[in-house]
Design a protein around this ligand. Structure first.
Ligand SMILES: C[S@@+](CC[C@H](N)C(=O)[O-])C[C@H]1O[C@@H](n2cnc3c(N)ncnc32)[C@H](O)[C@@H]1O
Length: 183
């Protein structure tokens, strides 16, 4: 019996290790596939730097209760900062692993009034959004401008990180972060 036990635990150890690597590769596979989908539909995940998030918040001038939507919310850092200022926050993120991670972050930091949905933001209506935050690649900004003009109400704001809209004059600018007001 005593000679069987080490063999038994060795088998259990090998199975556990194999399961660990299977789960790891599955997660990496899912992440990779959704990164490709994000590249084709918007932009890959590159988080906004904390310095830019601060500038974004300065320009947004959030009043408590305003509805802020982050298009492609990544790890949720913009939602966290906006929730601290009293915004009702919505994150739309295509990558389910980033959705899970950012929801856990909201719980960890005790952020209130934050909803994160796994969806393609091109299918989401912007009709009742007061403040839209965006960090996408230049090639998507023209298409997004059309969506913003078609759906957002007059007077609502859009704050862009790094890449602004083409042929639309920002109301304010702090470095490469711009505030636009929907006409
Ligand atoms: C450049 S990152 C910005 C992340 C976050 N907003 C930030 O500023 O830290 C773009 C994010 O948009 C997501 N994304 C890209 N295309 C999308 C789409 N069509 N619908 C929803 N999310 C999308 C990506 O997965 C990625 O997390």
């Amino acid at each position: 019996m005593s000679s069987i036990l080490p063999v038994f635990w060795s088998i259990v150890g090998h199975i556990a290790l194999a399961l660990f690597f299977i789960v790891l590769f599955l997660l990496l596979g899912v992440y990779f596939i959704y990164t490709l989908i994000a590249i084709f539909r918007g932009a890959a995940y590159v988080p906004t730097t904390h310095a830019r998030v601060a500038r974004l918040m300065d320009l947004a001038v959030i009043s408590p209760g305003e509805k802020l939507l982050d298009l492609g919310s990544g790890d949720g850092r913009i939602l966290l900062a906006a929730a601290k200022r009293g915004a009702v926050c919505i994150g739309i993120e295509i990558n389910p692993l980033l959705c899970i991670y950012s929801r856990l972050r909201m719980k960890f930091f005790g952020a209130k009034n934050v909803t994160i949905s796994q969806a393609n933001f091109w299918d989401v209506s912007l009709a009742d959004v007061d403040i839209l935050t965006v960090y996408l690649i230049p090639g998507r900004m023209g298409q997004l401008k059309e969506k913003v003009f078609a759906e957002m109400k007059s007077g609502s704001r859009v704050v862009t990180g790094v890449y602004p809209f083409p042929d639309w004059q920002p109301e304010k600018r702090e470095g490469d972060v711009c505030l636009f007001r929907v006409p």
